[in-house]
Design a binder for this molecule. Structure first.
Ligand code: G1P
Length: 300
């Protein structure tokens, strides 16, 4: 099968310590922080399901039990809601179990994203697969996974999602050097660097947290030395695949994302995301908007 096999599995790394959100994430996984009324991780799972991917592997770690509980039955709660005739609320909790086939594997040590992805190896096997990072939420109005899967089918290898960001924030992301292909929506990645030092980035194209990866990535990750932050970086392993021939699982292409993305990875971006998503809701938006207008926004 290898690089052109059908993609059926998504891997969602959720083992991080969430240190950017302390103390909220001392005893609660950051993936469970509510974005309006759903935990962040639920948006990501729903995005996979919308792209027809139903096999979901969550990579967890210690203290992440509530993630598994969220996608499991809650018999007492469900019975209580059923007894009270609260059918709508009941559906919001009971539907979660059937959303997808959930699998879990633990990353025993926090050695980085690349190391987390490597723990998915035995579940994924020898077919290309998706990786979705929970800090990036893609607006459901601008889905992109389906397009990435089509690109992977056409070009093979691995497919990234890139977004143009301003000069002063490219150092927060993996950064890609690219060149055009015959397909105007697709670029070929010619180089990758994880979080370049300010002023050294080869482009303004930031790697966003959606990947379709060749299973060859596992062989590279196996021998990957720690990179930025002393962690085993997925970006570094992908940089190796850029130069590897297609017949050996190499080749990296990318879709340039023009849609709407919400970042929940740090406090300020998280607050903005919650507000933007709440403003779009019929049940919350109008009241929230009027209240926001009453806030004293001048600097005091
Ligand atoms: C990770 C990746 C980085 C990517 C980013 C997207 O970084 O290492 O290449 O650009 O996700 O959100 P993190 O934000 O987890 O530090």
């Amino acid at each position: 099968m290898g690089q052109f096999g059908k993609v059926t599995k998504a891997v969602i790394p959720a083992a991080g310590l969430g240190t950017r959100f302390l103390p909220a994430t001392k005893a609660t996984p950051k993936e469970m922080l509510p974005v309006v009324d759903k935990p962040a991780i639920q948006y990501v799972v729903e995005e996979a399901v919308a792209a027809n991917i139903h096999d979901i592997l969550l990579i967890t770690s210690r203290n992440k039990g509530s993630l598994e509980d969220h996608f499991d039955r809650g018999p007492e709660l469900e019975q209580r809601l059923a007894d009270r005739g609260e059918t709508q609320k009941l559906a919001t909790v009971s539907d979660l179990v059937d959303l997808a086939n959930f699998h879990y594997v633990r990353q025993h040590e926090p050695k980085g994203l690349g190391h987390a992805v490597l723990t998915a190896r035995s579940h994924v096997g020898d077919a290309p697969f998706i990786v979705m990072l929970g800090d990036d939420l893609i607006d459901e109005a601008t889905p992109v996974l389906g397009e990435m899967l089509n690109v992977q089918e056409e070009f093979g290898g691995s497919v990234l999602l890139l977004m143009e960001v301003p000069d002063d924030s490219i150092h927060l992301y993996g950064c890609a050097a690219v060149e055009p292909t015959h397909n105007p929506h697709v670029v070929r990645v010619t180089g990758l660097i994880e979080k370049p030092e300010p002023g050294t980035a080869p482009s303004n194209y930031a790697v966003i947290g959606r990947y379709v990866l060749s299973p060859e990535i596992f062989n590279v990750l196996q021998g990957q030395e720690p990179g930025r932050g002393g962690e085993i970086q997925l970006t570094d392993a992908l940089a190796t695949l850029v130069d590897r021939p297609a017949e050996h699982g190499g080749g990296v292409h990318a879709v340039i994302f023009k849609g709407k993305r919400y970042d929940t990875g740090d406090k300020l971006s998280y607050i903005k995301s919650v507000l933007e998503l709440a403003l779009q809701r019929d049940d919350l938006g109008p009241a929230l908007k009027s209240w926001l207008r009453t806030l004293p926004l001048e600097d005091s």
